[in-house]
Design a protein around this ligand. Structure first.
Ligand SMILES: [Zn+2]
Length: 322
């Protein structure tokens, strides 16, 4: 495909310019030319409660290292917070807004995400602690999310999708409805999708096939892709890219699918504060650690770090048009 060849040339050009300067990117992160915006963390959550104390320091640490990021919303409050955070920085910090499938019918409660707010000091709180769920989830409010989605700092709609991991049968329909509304929103504002999918790839692909018309291209990102090679093939055909994160640094389960997906359809994520990569296991994750993911992708695919970094970065810019 001629597009691929042209992209390869651009990446090689960037890589050789870096080599010329003698910047050994793997071991000398500081030596990066920050102007090239070396790496992009496409899926992170520095707006979550886990970063309440030191959010600005965490974000600046990443920006100083040449790492750009998208803070991804999971429900009303975290979506709004993602947009607010993005506006505090001139460049390099963007937002995605949406309703995560686990916050529909019943809302899974994670204190790293939402903290323990006063509204939870009630009988509901007992449920949260004992079962990890609040009894009432969120219904997707199209007008609320559309207003956020139109903000120029918003580069994607999500995370949205399907999650059958904790599913009770009756919540399936609610998840589908919320997902379809968010696909409609992506079409409406012409922004790509940031998709979360767990144990539901065949249904997800079915929904995407029947609702793909009118969506922008590239179509978006399947975050923390955990599907099969066949799922990957179908989603590649639909115009999606795939983000991989910290799990690659400590499990080999995804190596085969990482090898299968071309580098120009791979992007990088930390999913911070979760899934911290080696060698930081046991600590809270943060966007600056994205370098470990880039190193691992390069290793798995047997390519130089420069080519992997430039390839994933180029792809990210094309998806988010930033
Ligand atoms: Zn996430």
């Amino acid at each position: 495909m001629s597009v691929t060849t042209e992209k390869d040339e651009v990446w090689e050009d960037i890589a050789s310019r870096r080599d010329h300067r003698g910047a050994h990117l793997v071991s000398h992160q500081k030596a990066w030319d920050v102007e090239t915006r070396a790496l992009f963390d496409v899926h992170t959550h520095t707006q979550f409660a886990a970063f309440r104390e030191d959010q600005d320091a965490v974000i600046r640490r990443a920006l100083d290292a040449g790492v750009w990021m998208v803070n991804v919303g999971t429900q009303r409050d975290t979506s709004l917070a993602a947009v607010e955070v993005a506006h505090r920085y001139d460049e390099g910090v963007y937002a995605a807004v949406g309703l995560h499938p686990i916050h529909t019918e019943k809302s899974h409660h994670d204190t790293q995400e939402l903290g323990i707010t006063t509204s939870l000091q009630t009988p509901v709180y007992k449920d949260v602690v004992e079962k990890g769920f609040m009894s009432r989830g969120e219904t997707f409010d199209y007008a609320y999310y559309k207003k956020l989605a139109e903000d120029p700092k918003v580069v994607a709609i999500g995370e949205c999708g399907l999650d059958y991991y904790r599913l009770e049968e009756k919540t399936k329909e609610t998840q589908h409805k919320a997902f379809e509304q968010q696909i409609a929103l992506a079409r409406d504002v012409q922004k790509p999708l940031m998709i979360h999918c767990r144990n539901a790839f065949s249904d997800l692909i079915e929904v995407l096939v029947s609702h793909k018309d009118g969506l922008p291209e590239p179509r978006g990102i399947i975050h923390f892709f955990s599907g099969s090679r066949e799922d990957a093939r179908r989603l590649l055909d639909l115009g999606f890219s795939f983000s991989f994160g910290g799990v690659l640094t400590f499990a080999r389960d995804y190596d085969e699918v990482v090898c299968y997906i071309p580098i120009e359809r791979i992007v990088l994520e930390t999913d911070a504060p979760y899934i911290t990569p080696v060698p930081y296991r046991g600590k809270r994750n943060e966007p600056a650690y994205i370098i470990e993911i880039a190193k691992t992708i390069a290793e798995i695919k047997g390519m130089s770090f420069d080519v992997a970094a430039a390839g994933t970065f180029k792809n990210t810019r094309a998806i988010f048009t930033v």
